[in-house]
Design a protein around this ligand. Structure first.
Ligand code: URA
Length: 441
């Protein structure tokens, strides 16, 4: 078999078979297929697409390109969750304890943030002492004992995706549904959970700007997971507005704690309730008629917060910081960004808000950048709010005052203020399962 023939075939819009796809991925990971040939193939896939069968084969070839995790030492149905990435998305910190409090099992591997989106591992590491690199036995033991544990990706998990993603990043081949779906699902399948809830974001802060594109991605991922014998569903959720009011690592941990205490902003609370309910339904730990009640009870009784505290303690973190969030890292300086005009906040460029937070030190523009855990943005006004000139739009947090100028400019440019009240979308736009996508609008 020759790679050039496979490129030619895909260029003509033909379908690659199982042997061809496995040959291509194995050859690329071993270095026998060079980057320039794989780049040509990736671009051909962007133009010609892939059938659902090809996308599934590509996913499995990628999944088995390295280690796969066997979660069988953890008793019961293990449920995972994946967000396609957003700004202020701290849902994992809230969902995992709720699910554990309701008898579910969350053995989760999460990633770090890059660019305008944050990563769960960075948020958890902002808790003093919290350790996200544990050996497998400790990981399994903690999940068995307390129902949840979140660690960074360990070992040689899906090396094909690491190599392919790096190439896609520099060849303008990231925004292609079969490539995104296989990239995400190969990692989710290799991570070993029995059930997977996908949170597919749509809007100005997401990969998929339009709900229809998000539905196509959700359907592709659900089909892959279902064909692999896992229980999979996807929720399509709003990312045209940042989720909650806090953006930045320790700030987001504080906000997550407030939701687990039964407080917190309405948008974040409603999304978390629904996603937690879906995770419980997928794991067989709830029935549709009582799931909302179960989630509410887990929070109101304090059991979800107690699970979060138990996880922090088990992973070496200072669990006192949960009751005393003032023990979390704090920025040395704050700066209030004031509105320049009266009106309604008509729109927020959510990606721009993520970048404003990154510029304060809360995120990385390059993989090797270090983070300032206390840095970030508190949003005082969001889309739909009325604002008067001179009123605070947002509060910036940073450890160096010189960082405020560029961040403030980026933040102001991300707010559109005008006379007309905007129409607000629902936070949860649709649900996808093996039967297709149901829009709630
Ligand atoms: N996230 C991933 O893991 N892969 C993609 O291709 C896009 C988003």
């Amino acid at each position: 078999m020759r790679m050039i023939d496979l490129i030619e075939k895909k260029k003509r819009g033909e379908t690659l078979d199982k042997e061809e796809i496995h040959f291509m991925i194995q050859g690329f990971v071993s270095g026998e297929i060079p980057d320039y040939q794989m780049s040509a193939m990736l671009m051909a896939v962007c133009f010609q697409g892939m059938t659902p069968e090809e996308t599934s084969e590509l996913t499995w070839a990628m999944e088995y390109s390295g280690d796969v995790i066997d979660l069988s030492p953890v008793a019961g149905c293990k449920v995972d969750k994946h967000s396609t990435g957003g700004v202020g998305d701290k849902t994992t910190l809230i969902l995992a304890p709720i699910v554990a409090a309701c008898g579910g099992r969350v053995a989760k591997m999460s990633g770090r943030g890059l660019g305008h989106t944050g990563g769960t591992i960075d948020k958890l590491e902002s808790i003093p002492g919290f350790c996200t690199s544990l050996d497998r036995e400790t990981f399994f033991r903690i999940v068995n004992e307390i129902g949840l544990c979140v660690i960074g990706q360990t070992g040689n998990l899906v090396p094909a995706d690491k190599k392919l993603y790096a190439l896609r990043d520099v060849t303008a081949t990231v925004d292609c549904i079969p490539l995104i779906a296989s990239s995400i699902m190969s990692k989710k399948l290799a991570a070993g959970s029995d059930a997977i809830l996908l949170d597919v974001k749509t809007g100005s802060g997401a990969f998929m700007k339009m709900p229809k594109e998000a539905a196509a991605l959700a359907e592709a991922m659900v089909a892959i997971g279902t064909a692999a014998g896992r229980r999979v569903a996807a929720m399509i959720t709003e990312m045209d507005i940042p989720l909650g009011r806090m953006v930045g690592n320790a700030l987001e941990v504080k906000e997550a704690i407030s939701v687990l205490k039964g407080e917190g902003p309405e948008d974040l609370v409603s999304v978390c309730h629904r996603l937690a309910g879906e995770m419980l339904l997928l794991s067989g730990k709830a029935e549709p008629e009582s799931v909302e009640e179960q989630v509410t009870e887990a929070i109101d009784s304090g059991r979800a917060l107690e699970r979060f505290k138990a996880m922090v303690k088990a992973q070496g973190g200072n669990s006192e910081a949960i009751d005393h969030p003032e023990l979390l890292p704090k920025a040395s300086f704050t700066h209030i960004v004031k509105a320049k005009a009266d009106g309604y906040v008509r729109h927020m460029d959510t990606e721009g808000i993520g970048i404003a937070s990154m510029l304060l030190g809360a995120g990385r523009s390059r993989k090797e950048d270090s983070l300032d855990y206390g840095a970030g943005v508190e949003l005082c006004k969001k889309t739909g709010d009325i604002v008067h000139a001179g009123e605070p739009l947002a509060i910036l947090y940073a450890s160096q005052e010189r960082l405020f100028e560029e961040s403030e400019a980026r933040l102001l440019a991300s707010y559109e203020i005008g006379d007309e009240k905007p129409l607000l979308r629902q936070k949860i736009l649709a649900r996808t399962d093996a039967d297709g996508t149901k829009f709630f609008i």
